[in-house]
Structures are given as structure tokens and as C-alpha cells.
Design a protein around this ligand. Structure first.
Ligand SMILES: [Mg+2]
Ligand SMILES: [Zn+2]
Length: 220
């Protein structure tokens, strides 16, 4: 790997063991949330539309409960801190590219040394009657997937001529980015996608696996 290495790492289901949006919905059970999840997974509505509509089901009067639940139920996947240390050591740039929401992404990551401008996620507004999700990193003119938080728009800022681009992820929000990068570290259904499309990927269970693989790639 002669180019500079850069990592784009998903949050929900990757840095954290569970998907926090699904966990919030399962806990608070606003009527209609499960159909929206189905529609996102079957791609009959976009991720942005689905996530926006799910949170719009939750009244802002329950803000503190929702925030507390989200933050307190997070489990970090083993080896995450070690991967961050490894990246620092090796001069690998590390970005969090999350389709999650600011009110749980930032607090959870605050105990790790990641600069705030290396964390991309969606925003939220609790000033109305129901939670409104904000999209400060929506798709650019080259992406037509209505991602919400557009991973490809961020990845495309880093030229493949200059960077060895690595994506770490697990699910639908990683599909488009996975097609773009040089190397994918995949778990869950992202593995199936990488296999079906013949992408250059490594399956992983935790971040220790990724450190090991990065060490091997270094020698090449
Ligand atoms: Mg995920
Ligand atoms: Zn997009």
C-alpha cells in the first residue's frame, strides 16, 4: 500500500454491537415503525425517508428518555480503542461515517480520541412536537440514493490516486460506499453484498481482526 490509507467506519452495528436506531424503535414501539424498517430494507423507500419518518413518530416530550436509552444501551465492539491507537501509530486517517443521529453518536464517541470533524452523522431537532431528523451531509449531485448521510459523497472527496480507501461496515447504509472503495471490512449482510459483487473484502468479527489484516496488508 504505497498510498496514504484512509478508513471510513460505520457506527451502528459496526462500532456498536447493535443498531441503535432499531434499538430505540424496538424499545419505544411507536406505531408503524416496523413497516418503515421493512420498507427501507426492501428498498421501497430511501434510508433518509425511512429514518426521518421513524423518528417523526416519537414525541419530543420524551426527549430525555430517548436520549438516555440510546446512550445507555450501547455496547462497543471489542478492539475499537485498539484500532484507533493502531491508526494513530501508523498514520492512518480514521473517519466515522454514520447514518446514526447526533444525540447518540457524539456522546458515545466522546470517550474515544476522535476529532469532532472526523465524525459524520445526521442531526436532530427537538423543538417541534415530534423529533425531526436533519441531514447536513445529504447526497451530492453524483449520488441518487437519497442516503440521508451520504457516505459516497464523503468518500469521493478522497481521490483513489492519493488514497487507499477502506470502508468498515455491516449493512444497507454501507452498500454504495463499499462499491466505491479499494478494500472493505464487512460483517453481517454487507458480507453477502461484497461476495455477490466480487468486491475486495475481508469478513471481520471485531476490530482486532481488522488490525491483524491491516498489518498483513502493510507488508504488501
Ligand atoms: Mg451499520
Ligand atoms: Zn448518497
Amino acid at each position: 500500500m504505497s498510498n496514504k490509507t484512509i478508513i471510513f467506519c460505520d457506527f451502528d452495528g459496526t462500532i456498536t454491537v447493535n443498531d441503535n436506531i432499531v434499538a430505540i424503535m424496538k424499545h419505544f414501539q411507536p406505531p408503524g415503525w416496523d413497516q418503515l424498517v421493512e420498507q427501507v430494507l426492501s428498498k421501497s423507500i430511501s434510508i433518509r425517508e425511512g429514518v426521518g419518518k421513524m423518528f417523526a413518530l416519537l414525541p419530543t416530550s420524551r426527549k430525555q428518555e430517548v436520549v438516555d436509552y440510546a446512550i445507555n444501551n450501547v455496547v462497543i465492539r471489542p478492539g475499537f480503542k485498539e484500532l484507533l491507537d493502531y491508526c494513530k501509530q501508523q498514520g492512518i486517517e480514521f473517519y466515522v461515517t454514520s447514518g446514526g443521529i447526533d444525540f447518540f453518536v457524539y456522546p458515545v464517541l466522546s470517550s474515544f480520541s476522535i476529532p469532532t470533524d472526523h465524525i459524520y452523522c445526521n442531526g436532530s431537532d427537538f423543538s417541534g412536537s415530534h423529533i425531526e431528523i436533519l441531514w447536513p451531509h445529504a447526497c451530492d449531485d453524483q449520488c441518487h440514493n437519497d442516503c440521508g448521510m451520504c457516505k459516497t459523497a464523503i468518500i469521493r472527496k478522497y481521490s483513489p490516486d492519493e488514497y487507499h480507501r477502506i470502508l468498515i461496515g455491516d449493512s444497507v447504509t454501507d452498500f454504495e460506499g463499499a462499491k466505491l472503495v479499494d478494500t472493505v471490512f464487512a460483517r453481517s449482510i454487507l458480507i453477502d453484498l461484497c461476495r455477490d459483487l466480487g468486491l475486495n473484502y475481508y469478513a471481520f468479527q471485531d476490530f482486532h481482526d481488522i488490525i491483524k489484516q491491516l498489518e498483513e496488508l502493510k507488508g504488501k
